[in-house]
Design a protein around this ligand. Structure first.
Ligand code: ADP
Ligand code: MG
Length: 730
């Protein structure tokens, strides 16, 4: 019998070997090209500035600097006349001369004032710092171009701390119509590394790179999209001549960025499939067939059937399946997982299902057990609170292979849990687990089991492509028939009595109610107090013995949680007061009202998950979002979205727009989203294009061995991200 540790090291070894093969590839030797030169070697930088740039902006090499793209541009093509200056604090540029400089002493400190004229009118330029040095450098009666933000005082314009260039320098310098603006920090500014200095460094970098930057994209793609070449793009992104050249540069670099990320993800997926052999579940046997004929409690939806077909295609070949199953809450993912488990059993393999909470694990255990009634399938439950005796017994059954299915929490991935032959592993509500935990499951055998990761937090397809590009994706995009849409309404706290009345009516009809309180940080005393206060006021409004109330929160011992949950499931209580611990998975079809307190404090995906707890039975269900009157715009949008739609994918789209991809659940671990120039949302179209181009390319040349793909291979080898991805494994 194999322990997890030995399996793990075996897998690691095979990946190491794989990495070595790549290292031998002589293209790797070119990693150390000129762009890897440390930044201090750039003219005008030196060690102390280099240190600042490293600390503050993470710029270590020429390459880092080259790819440090501006975040905006200012128009340097327009020159104002002083008389026509806009009467606000915008940034303007003026041509003129200085006719007078004087130091004015004030009560506190002094300021340097220069009188500047454009030939017709005059204005003042003011410095509050660096007087001496500036005073000495200012030349009278010399043509200057000044640039800066306006200040109006007494209807007269001033410009504090202008950027200045002599007209002569301005015209011959790198100065272009659009001037790049770079991200900076207070510290850099205070140490004299201004925008000007950064622009100078960029100019120096361009001059010092005598060899043009090598082209990285294949010619046919460049032609297809009429992209500009890499060299021009990199120059124009920092020093655009006009808006058109800038747009061309941005398009080229965005496409390139997305293309290489997709290429890398797709290649990794292909290689994984080739390198890692999977078990072949060649037959569909008695377990599956008997279940299908005798036990299946309903007809599967088209989407469920399609997904089962997709999975069967994977597991029927010698490839290891690594599939993400996305399906809205209530779409019926569990039965899909169960049916694949039965196929595993038909082929003599064990399965396991890992759930994020004890409540959920237990619920899966009970429902799976009842569904397979009459079949000779044995199912075990393992959680953090399993007793020692139970564990010992489970261990025996697992190692002898008598146990077909193990359901549990994280406990199932502990090293001491050994299977005889784990063939199929399911991870439910994967956003609750880290990538590392997923990977751990992966390594339970000498041959990794087929893995199905299920999530009810739908993420938009475009994002899924970039985050989970290494997984295949299946989607259940259809709810079982007869489901009534959950009616969602937003009520202010001042309407609480009406809401209570509504609850009482629903209870009268035999329904059950959830009331959820925010517990965003489990340790926050305030939240706990809110919950307890809420519990008390609900107890007063719904007094025993007529009403019984369950309460569940994160700080309770697991057995108390289970007890309270059980009472609710058995209809001994009508109201469940809880925190978001009930967010995932819990299935009580008779509960038809979800009241969410302080709904403005929840994120969209959380609200959607919570709403998914109702609408599971045949009755019309309701979700009531309670909030105070004080709402931020974002909170308003969230509540409006919830009342407008029940479509998880649509909600995820809004969520993505509101929060940006970095915040989305489960995506934090993914370095993939730290894009330098492209934007997953705005450049959606480019992303799709880049992905299909990468796919096509790999269909022709899966290992990029063709001569014409040499530069692609080189570029991939150089990508830092390439290494990051391997960190995932080692
Ligand atoms: P989720 O995808 O959120 O995990 P579940 O698997 O818990 O959803 O399924 C939700 C409910 O729908 C369960 O009670 C399940 O038995 C039921 N269900 C699943 N598939 C169907 C179907 N095809 N027809 C009717 N009910 C179904
Ligand atoms: Mg589920």
């Amino acid at each position: 019998m194999l322990s997890l540790k030995s399996i793990l090291s075996q897998i690691k070894r095979s990946f190491k070997q794989y990495k070595l093969n790549h290292l031998e590839n002589n293209y790797f030797s070119k990693l150390m090209d000129a762009l890897q030169t440390p930044i201090e070697y750039l003219k005008g930088i030196g060690p102390s500035r280099a240190n600042l740039l490293k600390q503050e902006l993470n710029l270590f090499t020429f390459q880092d600097l080259l790819y440090f793209f501006p975040y905006r541009y200012i128009d340097r093509s327009t020159f104002y006349k002083i008389n026509d200056l806009p009467k606000n604090s915008s940034e303007v540029q003026i041509k003129g001369e200085i006719v007078n400089v004087e130091m004015i002493r004030q009560k506190r400190g002094k300021r340097l004032v220069a009188t500047f004229t454009d030939g017709q009118n005059k204005m003042e330029l003011i410095w509050f710092r660096g007087h001496q040095w500036i005073k000495e450098s200012l030349k009278l009666n010399t043509a200057y171009v000044i640039f800066g933000r306006l200040n109006w005082y007494d209807n007269r314009p001033h410009m504090p701390h202008p950027e200045m260039d002599t007209l002569e320098n301005f015209e011959k310098g790198f100065s272009t119509a659009l001037q790049a603006v770079y991200r900076s920090t207070e510290k850099l500014l205070s140490k004299g590394i201004s925008q000007r200095v950064i622009i100078k460094m960029m100019g120096e970098l361009m001059r010092s790179s005598e060899n043009p930057f090598a082209e990285t994209l294949p010619g046919d793609l460049i032609t297809k999209y009429r992209l500009i070449d890499k060299n021009t793009a990199l120059k124009n992104i920092h020093f655009p001549k006009n808006q058109d050249t800038l747009t061309a540069a941005q398009n080229r670099l965005k496409y390139e960025e997305l293309f290489f990320i997709q290429l890398q993800l797709l290649m990794k997926n292909l290689q994984r499939k080739q390198k890692i052999k999977g078990f072949v579940f060649s037959k569909v046997g008695d377990y599956f067939n008997t279940f299908f004929n005798n036990n299946l409690p309903f007809e599967l939806t088209k989407a469920q059937k399609r997904v089962i077909r997709e999975i069967r295609k994977d597991i029927g070949t010698a490839q290891q399946m690594n599939r993400l199953l996305q399906g809205d809450v209530g779409s019926g993912k569990t039965i899909v997982a169960l049916m694949v488990m039965l196929i595993a059993a038909d082929n003599g393999f064990q399965s396991c299902l890992m759930a994020p909470t004890e409540i959920l694990a237990k619920q899966h255990y009970q429902s799976l057990k009842s569904m397979v009634g009459g079949l000779d399938i044995s199912i075990g439950l393992l959680t953090g609170s399993s007793k020692k005796a139970e564990r010992t017994q489970l261990a025996e059954l697992l190692e002898s292979g008598e146990l077909n299915i193990l359901i549990g929490t994280h406990a199932v991935i502990e090293d001491k849990v050994k299977f005889k032959n784990l063939g199929f592993a399911v991870v439910d509500e994967q956003h609750r687990f880290g990538v590392a935990q997923r990977a751990k499951l992966w390594r339970k055998n000498s041959i990794p089991p087929h893995v199905l990761v299920m999530t009810a937090t739908p993420i938009p397809r475009t994002l899924a492509m970039s985050v989970y590009g290494d997984l295949d994706i299946s989607v259940i995009d259809e709810l079982p028939p007869g489901r009534k849409k959950v009616k969602t309404i937003h009520r202010y706290d001042s309407n609480r009595l009406k809401v209570f009345k509504f609850i009482a009516d629903e209870i009268q009809k035999g329904r059950q109610i959830y009331m959820v309180y925010p517990l965003i940080k489990e340790s926050e005393k305030m939240d706990y107090k809110d919950l307890m206060d809420g519990y008390e006021s609900i107890s007063r409004a719904f007094p025993p013995p007529k009403y019984q109330i369950s309460i569940v929160h994160g700080q309770m011992p697991a057995k108390d949680k289970d007890y309270e949950m059980d009472r609710f499931i058995k209809k001994q209580t009508q109201i469940m007061v809880a925190t978001t611990v009930i967010e995932v998975g819990v299935n009580v079809p008779n509960a038809s009202v979800m009241v969410i307190e302080s709904a403005e404090r929840f994120g969209l995906s959380q609200l959607h998950q919570l709403r998914g707890r109702v609408g599971r039975g045949n009755d019309q269900s309701y979700c009531i979002l309670m909030s105070s009157h004080k709402l931020t715009n974002e909170a308003k949008t969230r509540l409006e979205t919830m009342t407008a739609t029940t479509d998880g994918f649509q909600i995820a789209e809004v969520d993505l727009k509101l929060r940006g991809p970095g915040d989305l659940m489960g995506t934090q671990q993914s370095g993939v989203l730290q894009l330098k120039i492209a934007d997953i949302i705005k450049d959606n179209q480019w992303l799709k294009t880049a992905r299909s181009d990468a796919q096509e390319l790999l269909r022709e040349d899966p290992r990029l061995e063709a001569i014409k793909n040499t530069s692609l291979r080189q570029t991939l080898a150089k990508m830092k991200a390439y290494q990051n991805i391997w960190n995932y494994i080692s």
